[in-house]
Ligand binder design. Structure first.
Ligand SMILES: O=C(O)C[C@H]1C=CC(=O)O1
Length: 96
């Protein structure tokens, strides 16, 4: 199951820099592990914003929920999820 996910990050201005940097480092490791596993297929920065558009390939809504709520930055994010399915005009056989 494919999902487009938009993540907007809002770290409180009064969060100490060392705490914010630790969260960001754990977020990067978590994200890269999921990308290598194939669950997090794509990640793109939204130009000019502390936000990304990502594509997740997971087995269920529940799995997506678990992955997203496990993000170290989750408490500081607004997340919007859009379910995707194959477009009938797509020429990309790999896109299920
Ligand atoms: O930077 C972001 O967009 C937020 C988050 C998503 C992956 C990651 O490393 O940080």
């Amino acid at each position: 199951m494919l999902f487009q996910v938009r993540m907007d990050v809002h770290i409180p201005a009064d969060l100490p820099a060392e705490v914010a940097n630790d969260i960001k480092a754990r977020e990067k490791a978590y994200s890269q592990e999921l990308q290598r596993s194939g669950k997090w297929r794509h990640i793109w920065r939204v130009a000019g914003e502390y936000a990304n558009y990502s594509i997740f390939d997971v087995d269920s809504n529940e799995e997506l929920h678990q992955l997203l709520t496990g993000l170290p930055l989750f408490p500081h994010m607004r997340i919007a999820v859009t379910p995707l399915c194959r477009h009938p005009s797509s020429v990309r056989d790999g896109d299920a």
